[in-house]
Design a protein around this ligand. Sequence first.
Ligand SMILES: N[C@@H](CCC(=O)N[C@@H](CS)C(=O)NCC(=O)O)C(=O)O
Length: 130
Amino acid sequence: MRTVIRYFFRFVRLILTPIMLISEKLTTPTAITRSADEQARVDLATSRLALYQFRACPFCIKVRKEIARLGLSIETRDARLNAQHRDALQTDGGRVKVPCLRIQHENGSEEWLYESDAIKSWLQQHFDTV
Ligand SMILES: N[C@@H](CCC(=O)N[C@@H](CS)C(=O)NCC(=O)O)C(=O)O
């Protein structure tokens, strides 16, 4: 019975994943524009960020769309397919839940920010008016 349920959910995911990804593509907003200097400053700041995520997670899609709107270049790390990223999220972040933004502060300290709304707010605070 458990195998049947597992395959059922696998099947549902197989159907839903492409639909979600196409919908993400169609509804991703265009990026705000910045001067070359401002964009370079933003790019430097975002090089210290990484988004732990699953490809077809609706909360991750919400964050990815905000990242696109803000014109940010943030490395995405798949915590489902990549065991190393999954382990890092578990060990250093505290739990395997996505999305999670890893923030490397200038003083070298690390912050693992969970919750899509909190991540969106943090990104807006730091990059929406730059
Ligand atoms: N309230 C959270 C929900 C995130 C969530 O439920 N993520 C799912 C994937 S879509 C997850 O990581 N589940 C694993 C778990 O909760 O342990 C948010 O807005 O980020």
